[in-house]
Design a protein around this ligand. Structure first.
Ligand code: SF4
Length: 190
């Protein structure tokens, strides 16, 4: 699986202290995408889902992981690897949030998706549309993206989290300070 990074603990991409994974590879190339450096996989190492799962299990032993968010890139462009990973991390948490640039209708045509949706709590779907990046789109880059609850028991905790509004968290990764969360458009008010 092409993976760029894992950060933990993140509080700005879903409720609780979350491990957040950014996969590499996205063919959609939305104008204004926050992570264009993750569009391509050229020259990147591919990790076995078992390896990524082991890292997450060790993190969870060291400090409890409340939830896992998988972003990118588009994780659904690696559906076979994503499914294998999801199956191996269920015992850490079932609060798994996945972002994708596909719409749900498109995903329903993709191989492995019916199995993938059994393994995730929440899906946020759709291309990023810069003109629809509004601060009311909490947890989403733009208003067209939809939040789908595949495990309804998580809906109340997500709705409480959404009511808190957009959040940004700065996290050191080595010597680099990374700003994690959903960012407003530069010209929009904070
Ligand atoms: S789908 Fe997401 S990662 Fe892919 S280009 Fe669009 S905003 Fe960027």
């Amino acid at each position: 699986m092409y993976l760029d990074r894992i950060l933990f603990p993140v509080q700005t991409l879903g409720p609780g202290n979350r491990a957040v994974l950014w996969t590499a590879g996205c063919s959609k190339h939305c104008p204004g995408c926050a992570n264009p450096e993750l569009w391509h996989t050229d020259g990147r190492k591919s990790y076995a889902p078992e390896t990524i799962s082991r890292i997450l299990h060790q993190m969870h032993l060291d400090q409890k992981i409340d939830g896992i968010t998988i972003s990118g890139g588009d994780p659904l462009e690696q559906p076979e690897e994503l499914l294998a990973l999801l199956e191996q991390i269920q015992e850490i948490t079932q609060d798994i949030l996945v972002y994708t640039g596909y719409t749900l209708a498109e995903l329903e045509q993709l191989p492995h998706f019916s199995a993938i949706r059994q393994q995730i709590a929440v899906l946020i779907d759709g291309r990023y549309l810069e003109q629809q990046n509004q601060i009311s789109a909490v947890l989403r880059g733009s208003l067209n993206q939809k939040i789908h609850y595949f495990r309804p028991e998580y809906q109340p905790v997500y709705e409480a989290y959404l009511a808190e509004g957009r959040k940004i968290q700065n996290i050191w990764m080595g010597t680099q300070l990374i700003s994690v969360g959903i960012h407003n458009r530069k010209e929009s008010s904070a």
